[in-house]
Design a protein around this ligand. Structure first.
Ligand SMILES: *Cc1c(COP(=O)(O)O)cnc(C)c1O
Length: 372
């Protein structure tokens, strides 16, 4: 794939082979009749939707899932034939476009179906997946009555097709099964009330797929975080049925090196002060790239050695403490490996008290994604 020229050395390196290996291992782990839905919402968790989709399809994914109409349209431009499902809300105004582009939509409101009946003329079939809310409290029908009314409304509208039915689990990545099992029971009860089983019943996110009972795989699994080589939680990390390969690295280069004398400071607020003669390196990455100020203190790798980010992180730059003088242009790895050292996305997440999902998602579009 053609990549445009980048001058600033800050870049995210995406290892597409790692993504393929993760999908391939999942494929070997799943019973042969279970399809893989590659979850590529949010620009493939910040990894790049088009390139990740291509890798996932090559490795055996048969469907792509996104969160928004815009994400679906973007992917459709590059993949004319693959099934695409919008997992989140789509307004009725998107319906004609979805039908035209063969994009499947999530439905959870009878009123929404009635609006299609009255407001739009569907010239082509539109595939729908009914969402059942079994305990996320987000979107989805919550009762058998609502489910059957919705099913009936869809079935009696020409060109609307119930292609799937699904739910989403709130606690699949936790060891305690109590709430999870309640959701499972509700899903099975409601699905069994449908007059006809839709083509694709699905419930499993990554955590469910990897560590819960095999009957929950149904016809397809929605494989998100572990396609990118990350575990959904520390609990699931201890139970992985196959190894995962991280796909995301973040690299830059030293752009300046200077010597501080004892008492001299670095950055806004002069929050870091040298206690003796020290060497400070400047990196061309800052909070506008997603390196939020809370990451101050986080280690980076230079010459295979861990060194800390010191002082406040600026919008476009930050400073690191160097153990010795390096040349301008020396490679610095913020996420990834150098020699025997590795800085993981999980380490970043722990530092800012969040989950690994959030880390690559918030690396902004100013950081080019370079594909291996
Ligand atoms: C994001 C999302 C997924 C993927 O979750 P992972 O934990 O990354 O596997 C699956 N299903 C729905 C409905 C989602 O919104």
């Amino acid at each position: 794939m053609e990549q445009k020229q980048h001058f600033r050395p800050t870049k995210a390196i995406i290892d597409l082979q790692a993504i393929k290996n993760n999908v391939n291992r999942l494929k070997n782990f799943l019973p042969p009749n279970v399809q893989i839905i590659a979850v590529v919402k949010a620009n493939a968790y910040g990894h790049g939707d088009i390139e990740v989709s291509k890798a996932a399809i090559e490795a055996g994914a048969t469907m792509l899932a996104v969160a928004t109409p815009e994400e679906a349209l973007h992917i459709r431009e590059s993949f004319p034939n693959i099934d695409i499902l919008v997992l989140g809300y789509s307004p009725v105004s998107f319906v004609p476009y979805a039908a035209e582009k063969d994009i499947s939509l999530t439905v959870f409101s009878t009123e929404w179906v009635h609006q299609i009946q009255t407001k739009t003329e569907l010239l082509r079939p539109l595939k729908l997946h009914i969402k059942i809310d079994t305990g996320m409290g987000r979107i989805g029908v919550t009762s058998a009555n609502d489910l059957l009314n919705l099913y009936e409304a869809i079935s009696t509208t020409s060109n609307l097709i119930v292609d799937g039915v699904f739910t989403h689990f709130a606690t699949a990545d936790e060891e305690d099964d109590l709430y999870f099992n309640k959701q499972v029971m509700k899903f099975e009860q409601l699905v069994n009330k449908l007059p006809q089983k839709p083509r694709i019943v699905h419930s499993a996110n990554t955590a469910t797929t990897l560590v819960k009972d095999q009957h929950l795989l149904f016809d397809a699994v929605r494989f998100g975080i572990s396609m990118y080589g990350l575990a959904p939680s520390s609990y699931v990390k201890t139970k992985l049925p196959f190894p995962l390969e991280a796909a995301f690295s973040l690299e830059t280069e030293l752009v300046a090196v200077k010597q501080l004398e004892a008492g001299q400071s670095v950055g806004y607020g002069a929050t870091y002060t040298a206690e003796k003669t020290e060497l400070i390196g400047t990196l061309p990455i800052g909070y506008a790239d997603g390196l939020i100020r809370k990451y101050s203190g986080q280690h980076v790798l230079i010459d295979g050695i861990r060194v800390p980010i010191v002082g406040r992180i600026c919008m476009d730059q930050c400073m690191i403490l160097l153990p010795k003088a390096y040349n301008i242009g020396e490679k610095v790895t913020l996420i990834g490996k150098q020699n025997n050292e590795e800085i993981t996305i999980d380490e970043w997440a722990t530092r800012v008290e969040t989950i690994n999902y959030e880390v690559p998602c918030i690396i902004t579009s100013r950081v080019p994604r370079i594909y291996l």
